[in-house]
Design a protein around this ligand. Structure first.
Ligand code: ATP
Length: 402
């Protein structure tokens, strides 16, 4: 009887105490697990924040870094030193740092240097320069032959002299003739010379590299010829390609006996262009097209066989041509039925395709000003008056769209 009472007391005594302690222990364990998780989370967060701080510090350091100056290597001295001319003019002798491969540097290479110490920081890639200095590279221009009005004969000629050598070079091989190396488009401003060059690049899937001659005339000696060299390097890299040099007269004018340093520099650029033309394969996949509206002042050396030996004249459009150009530029416009293209073409007789484009854009502007989507004949009439600077009520002589 006593024994069973003891057992009963023990059970009574142990159960609530132990179970409450057990429960407390379990709760503490849960808290410990929770705290462990929180610690891991905080550690992760800390890592993230530290990375963010590092990134911001790097950005800040980059912002604080003084700008680099550009120089051109003039000579390599004893394999480890460079004679560099800075873009400001003065020349320095600097050491090639270990991290830069000496083979990547030649005379003419452009380098970036620390502004204060003149230490060489990096070697610049050549092709960027051409684009940065006013050149334009279009992988595949969207202009096609259908976008050119009234120049059927010129298109035929460009197909023969540029498209066929690129797309069917074997034809020339079989017949045993060389394709013309360079094509010169001559004609007044705004007659569609650039359009023709773009369209031929479109139809041959060639990269279109456009540079304006005046961009090749540089202030510092040797810069222009280097740009020409880089232009052709880029063209070979991107081949098949079409190099289009607009305003060729800026570098290709007749050479004078006595010239200033500036004239001599332009001549050096021209000589480099001639050397590039002489040096490349006529059946290769780089074609050169140049344009000028001053063929009379071009140096004869440019027109010798094997250089710009095919000349295509791009005339001012006649009335039929103007009509065709009007149709092209109104293709995407909503024009009302009263628009008489024949009449408009007659009105613009003697003007270029660029003027037609300007008239169409201006007519569209008149419609917008009057809250209309449809362009009427009256808008075109007003646009013609404005662009030809004929007096028109309430309007000032306008700016022409190119
Ligand atoms: P520049 O000698 O001034 O460089 P350009 O002869 O190269 O002139 P483009 O740039 O080809 O002239 O033409 C200027 C604009 O005029 C073109 O964008 C095009 O819209 C229009 N244009 C000129 N001629 C034609 C044409 N025959 N057909 C269609 N559009 C034309």
């Amino acid at each position: 009887m006593n024994e069973s009472k003891d057992a009963h007391n023990q059970q009574n005594y142990e159960t609530p105490e132990i179970s409450s302690l057990e429960h407390e222990k379990w709760e503490l364990l849960q808290q410990a697990i929770q705290a462990q998780h929180e610690r891991m989370y905080i550690e992760n967060e800390l890592k993230k924040q530290q990375q963010e701080i590092k990134k911001l510090q790097q950005k800040l350091a980059e912002m604080r870094r003084p700008p680099l100056i550009i120089g051109t290597v003039v000579d390599i001295i004893e394999q480890e030193n460079l004679q560099v001319r800075t873009s400001g003019g003065p020349q320095f002798i600097i050491k090639i740092p270990e991290k830069i491969e000496p083979q990547s540097i030649k005379a003419g290479t452009r380098v970036a240097m620390n502004k204060d110490t003149m230490a060489l920081v990096r070697v610049l890639t050549p092709s960027k320069d051409v684009i940065v200095r006013g050149g334009e590279v279009i992988e595949k221009p969207s202009t096609s032959y259908d976008d050119i009005g009234g120049l059927e004969d010129q298109i035929k000629e460009i197909i023969e002299s540029v498209e066929l050598p690129l797309t069917k070079p074997q034809l020339f091989k079989k017949v045993g003739i060389e394709a013309p190396k360079g094509i010169l488009l001559i004609g007044s401003p705004g007659t569609g010379k650039t359009l023709i060059a773009q369209a031929v690049a479109h139809h041959t899937n060639a990269t279109f590299i456009h540079i304006v001659g005046s961009e090749l005339v540089q202030k510092y000696i040797g810069e222009g010829s280097r740009l020409v060299r880089e232009l052709f390097m880029l063209a070979r890299e991107k081949s098949p390609s079409i190099v289009f040099i607009d305003e060729l007269d800026a570098i290709g004018a007749k050479r004078l006996e006595s010239g200033t340093t500036g004239d001599r520099e332009v001549q050096r650029t021209l000589m480099q262009l001639l050397a590039e033309l002489d040096g490349f394969d006529p059946r290769g996949d780089v074609r050169v097209i140049a344009a000028t509206n001053r063929p009379d002042i071009l140096d004869n050396a440019l027109m010798r066989p094997g250089r710009f030996d095919r000349i295509i004249e791009v005339p001012m459009p006649d009335v039929k041509g103007l009509q065709a150009i009007f149709k092209i530029h109104t293709r995407r416009m909503k024009v009302s039925k009263d628009v008489d293209i024949e009449h408009l073409a007659n009105r613009l007789n003697g003007h270029s395709g660029a003027v037609v484009k300007g008239v169409c854009t201006e007519a569209g502007m008149f419609a917008i000003r009057n809250d209309r989507y449809t362009v009427k004949m009256a808008d075109f009439e007003a646009a013609v008056k404005k662009l030809l600077k004929e007096p028109h009520e309430g309007s000032r002589p306008g700016v022409m769209f190119g």
